[in-house]
Structure formats: structure tokens, C-alpha cells
Design a protein around this ligand. Structure first.
Ligand code: AP5
Length: 214
């Protein structure tokens, strides 16, 4: 199964990717996570990416495509993958199509996670991450049950950066909806529901075909 989760910042791509990993045993490939890892390790790539990420802009295509090419070539991606946060613009989508054509493994499905702007904003401002275990919480919808977690906020989840990220999504990522619709790959799901309900919608909308054909 080779799928893309497409959606605005905060629409639940990372949360749903985790459930798909557990259910189907294929890796989540999140360009955001790979970039944050590079930033926290202080690599050259991380230093280059940090300014764009902190201001809510996209990191340059060459950097992101290099990272994706390397990640897709690892053995665990041969059995399938969930792309989370990639592609982010038409140039990245075209490059991905080329890479997968070379590997002879085209995409099975693209899932668009639909969510209203107001809810996106609340999900992003409320998100907190445990810096010890990496678990994602939300102070409004899913706070930790105990005081054992050391919660931090992503620098780009500050109100002043969220506006820019949503603007970038509208201008650069939204055109992918039409791109994948034209390719016959797009499935939309309503992401304004509890986590399990959204997961079932994804399975219903996109997975029967891909699981059967994987
Ligand atoms: P990235 O990390 O990809 O961020 P994003 O796309 O903005 O998405 P988020 O991680 O913010 O949200 P999500 O949809 O995963 O939601 P989540 O499940 O966490 O990118 C960060 C930056 O890296 C970019 O701005 C850019 O600079 C750079 N970058 C990344 N990829 C790039 C690329 N391809 N090209 C160039 N630059 C790139 O959920 C959010 C919150 O809601 C959580 O608190 C969660 O608990 C809660 N929640 C989730 N689902 C539900 C639900 N059903 N009900 C209630 N609460 C829920």
C-alpha cells in the first residue's frame, strides 16, 4: 500500500499515519519529522531548513526531494509507505511521480483530510508534544492523563506562524487536490470527528482498493 495523506496543517495527518503504521505495518514517511530531526541534530541540512520552518514557509524542494529519495530507497519502504506532509507543491508531486515510476511502484491512493479553518487553528494552538517519548497531545481534545509527560510546543505552532502556514497551504499545496483528482487517485474524508472515526473513514475511502492490490 502506497498512500499520501494530504491536508492542511493540523488536519490530523500525523495522528492518522500512526494508526496506519500500527494497522498495516508500513512506515510513515513524514518530511516534517525528518526535517525536525535534522534541526535537533544540528546537521547542515537542519541549519538550512530551520529558518523556513520557524517562519511557516516551505523548505526548498531540492532539500526535501533529496531526503525523500534517500528515505524511499530504504528496505522498509519496499513493502509500502504512508507519505505525511509530502508532496507539498506541484513540483514535488511531479518529482515523486518520476521517482515512483523509476521504482515501478506508483501511488495507490491520496487521502484528502477536510477540516474547517477554525478547528485547524484550535488543533494547532492546542498541540503539545512530550519531549521524552514524542507522544502528541492536545490540551483541548486529548490532554495527558497524568503528569508524567514533559510537554513542549512546536515553534511553528505559535499563533503568529500558524497564519503563514495556512497561507502557504492555500497557495502551494491546495493545487494538489486538482492534480490528484485528475490522476484519479483522490479520496476525501471528513476529518472533523474523533480519531477512530476518521481512521475508519480513511480505511473505507481509500484502503480497500490498495490493500487488495498491494
Ligand atoms: P509538518 O510537520 O509536515 O506539519 P504540517 O503539515 O503543518 O502538519 P502538522 O504536523 O502541523 O499537522 P498534522 O496534520 O500532522 O496534525 P496532527 O495529527 O499532528 O511540516 C512542518 C514544516 O516543515 C512545514 O511548515 C515546512 O516548513 C517543513 N516541511 C515539511 N514538509 C515539507 C515539504 N514536503 N516541503 C517543504 N517543506 C516541508 O494533529 C494536530 C493536533 O490535533 C494534535 O494535537 C492532535 O492530537 C490533534 N488531533 C488530531 N486528530 C484529531 C481528531 N480527530 N480530533 C481531535 N484532535 C485531533
Amino acid at each position: 500500500m502506497r498512500i499520501v495523506l494530504l491536508g492542511a496543517p493540523g488536519s490530523g495527518k500525523g495522528t492518522q499515519s500512526q494508526l496506519l503504521v500500527k494497522a498495516y505495518g508500513i512506515p510513515q514517511i513524514s518530511t516534517g519529522d525528518l526535517l525536525r530531526e535534522a534541526v535537533s541534530q544540528g546537521t547542515e541540512l537542519g541549519r538550512r531548513a530551520k529558518a523556513a520552518m520557524d517562519s511557516g514557509k516551505l523548505v526548498d524542494d531540492a532539500t526535501v526531494l533529496g531526503m525523500i529519495r534517500e528515505r524511499l530507497s530504504r528496505p522498509d519502504a519496499a513493502k509500502g509507505f504512508i507519505l505525511d506532509g509530502f508532496p507539498r507543491n506541484i513540483a514535488q508531486a511531479e518529482a515523486l511521480q518520476g521517482m515512483l515510476a523509476d521504482l515501478g511502484t506508483p501511488l495507490d491512493s491520496v487521502v484528502l483530510m477536510n477540516l474547517d479553518l477554525g478547528i485547524l487553528f484550535k488543533r494547532l494552538t492546542g498541540r503539545r508534544i512530550c519531549q521524552e517519548c514524542g507522544k502528541v497531545f492536545n490540551i483541548y481534545t486529548s490532554p495527558p492523563a497524568d503528569g508524567k509527560h514533559q510537554l513542549i510546543q512546536r515553534p511553528d505552532d505559535k499563533e503568529e506562524v500558524i497564519g503563514k502556514r495556512l497561507e502557504v497551504y492555500e497557495a502551494q499545496t491546495k493545487p494538489l487536490i486538482q492534480y490528484y483528482e485528475a490522476a484519479g487517485l483522490l479520496h476525501s474524508v471528513e476529518a472533523d470527528a474523533d480519531v477512530e472515526t476518521v481512521f475508519k473513514s480513511i480505511e473505507r475511502a481509500a484502503l480497500p482498493r490498495t490493500v487488495a492490490g498491494s
